[in-house]
Design a protein around this ligand. Structure first.
Ligand SMILES: *Cc1c(COP(=O)(O)O)cnc(C)c1O
Length: 423
């Protein structure tokens, strides 16, 4: 089958040799997935999820049982008092913007003790001037960068916390930066430090790409709010839209009033028939994340052994599903993305090309053949066409597909003469 799908004998053998060395690693990933699978099932059982939770609700959505029960399931899984999980939260950025704007008031200050946040949050916060930003509402922002070695700058964090500091935001995943992603334990240490200085600071974690990678989540180590996107890990590839916020009753209540309206809060917001995909996606998420992680580790091992720089490296522990590979040439980035596209179940026949996207200062190439538009729990890759010519890739709904995509990318590089497999 691999031959029929365009994988040469030499690439297949090379991949199999790499894979055979990863048995122990993969077994550990399976153990985490097993634990998380049981965690989700237990939450669903305790919340008495039933067939009627999948019923279509329309209009105001009063007493939408499926929606309300799903929020209980999320709260139980993340060990929080409350949750807001809605198709009306359009994406991860929206969920984060909601959590921030709902819990900050004019005169408050937001602190990021982990350096620059994700690109799209710059406009939410007002780091880049933007209509409707927190800055326009009189909310100030402060940032403490990480130390050279990627660890927290405790001394300056302490100095930055002041009378006005109402909330801190911690991004778990590196996103498209080269810093390391943080483990849940590291995040817990940072939260404990901040709370030892100012106990009533609200600690929010941007959990995008991190869900189910470990057996604990940031809410297990003191986070007051944990936020993410349903077209990433927790949607399991089935959720067609959505975002979630889990956390304390007080924070989530604020979020609900901000999402809908003061006075209405969680009571309105019909689920419009998406509930089955939300439940089933959440149920599948632990194993989907395991497949994506195996793909990331497989790719790290393949490309590291060929002499390319990879972040995280081939042996590092994982705290999110993103893998970066630095090819050093535009052709490398382009070939890799073409290979990922060619391995997709959807749109495999199109060829991605670099283009000037709004908001970026260079051309960008993106590969995705997804069932849900823009879903990055599905196998996807993108890279800006500028030095150091790195590609970021993530996802894969099954390990088999992730493996095929990576082999297909390698095939592309071999055929272009960018990589030689001779030992
Ligand atoms: C993807 C992502 C976001 C934004 O999510 P969108 O759904 O793309 O709006 C925010 N933070 C991090 C770390 C992300 O990976």
């Amino acid at each position: 089958m691999y031959r029929e799908l365009g994988i040469s004998e030499e690439v297949l053998v090379f991949g199999q040799e790499i894979e055979s060395k990863l048995t122990e690693r993969f077994a550990e990933i399976d153990r985490v997935a097993e634990y998380n699978q049981l965690k989700v099932i237990r939450a669903m059982q305790e919340c008495r999820v039933s067939e009627s939770c999948f019923n279509y609700a329309s209009g105001y959505g009063y007493n939408d049982q499926g929606r309300d029960t799903l929020e209980e399931v999320y709260a139980k899984t993340f060990h929080t008092e409350a949750a807001l999980v809605r198709p009306q939260i359009t994406c991860g950025t929206h969920a984060l913007a909601l959590a921030l704007s709902a819990n900050l008031r004019p005169g408050d200050e937001l602190l990021s003790p982990v350096g620059k946040p994700y690109d799209t949050l710059e406009e939410v916060i007002g780091i880049r001037a933007s209509k409707g930003s927190l800055t326009e509402y009189g909310i100030t922002y402060r940032q403490v960068d990480l130390l050279e070695d990627g660890t927290f700058d405790y001394e300056n964090i302490k100095k930055a916390i002041c009378e006005k500091t109402k909330m801190i935001t911690i991004q778990r995943s590196k996103g498209y930066q080269t810093r390391p992603s943080f483990s849940v334990t590291q995040i817990g240490e940072l939260i404990a430090f901040v709370k030892s200085i100012k106990p009533d600071v609200i600690c929010m974690v941007d959990n995008c790409y991190g869900e189910f990678v470990e057996t604990i989540e940031p809410s297990d180590v003191g986070a007051d709010m944990v936020v993410g996107s349903l077209i990433k890990n927790p949607g399991g590839g089935l959720a067609p839209i959505g975002g979630y916020i889990v956390g304390t009753e007080a924070c989530i209540e604020n979020c609900a009033y901000r999402l809908t309206s003061p006075g209405l809060g969680k009571e309105v917001g019909a689920s419009l028939g998406v509930m089955q995909s939300f439940y089933q996606g959440f149920f599948l998420a632990p194993t989907v994340v395991a497949g994506a992680l195996k793909g990331a580790i497989f790719a790290a091992n393949i490309y590291e052994s060929l002499g390319f720089s990879v972040i995280p490296n081939s042996t590092e522990s994982r705290h999110d599903i993103i893998q970066a590979v630095t090819f050093g040439t535009p052709e490398g980035v382009i070939s890799f993305c073409k290979g990922i596209q060619a391995a997709a179940p959807v749109d495999s026949f199109v060829s991605p090309e670099p283009w000037s996207m709004p908001g970026y200062d260079s051309e960008v190439i993106m590969a995705a053949g997804a069932f849900v538009q823009g879903s990055s729990i599905e196998l996807s890759a993108d890279g800006p066409i500028k030095p150091p010519y790195a590609v970021y890739f993530q996802g894969g709904l099954t390990w088999t597909h992730a493996k095929f995509g990576i082999l297909r990318s390698l095939e592309e590089l071999v055929q272009k003469g960018l990589v030689k497999l001779s030992k």
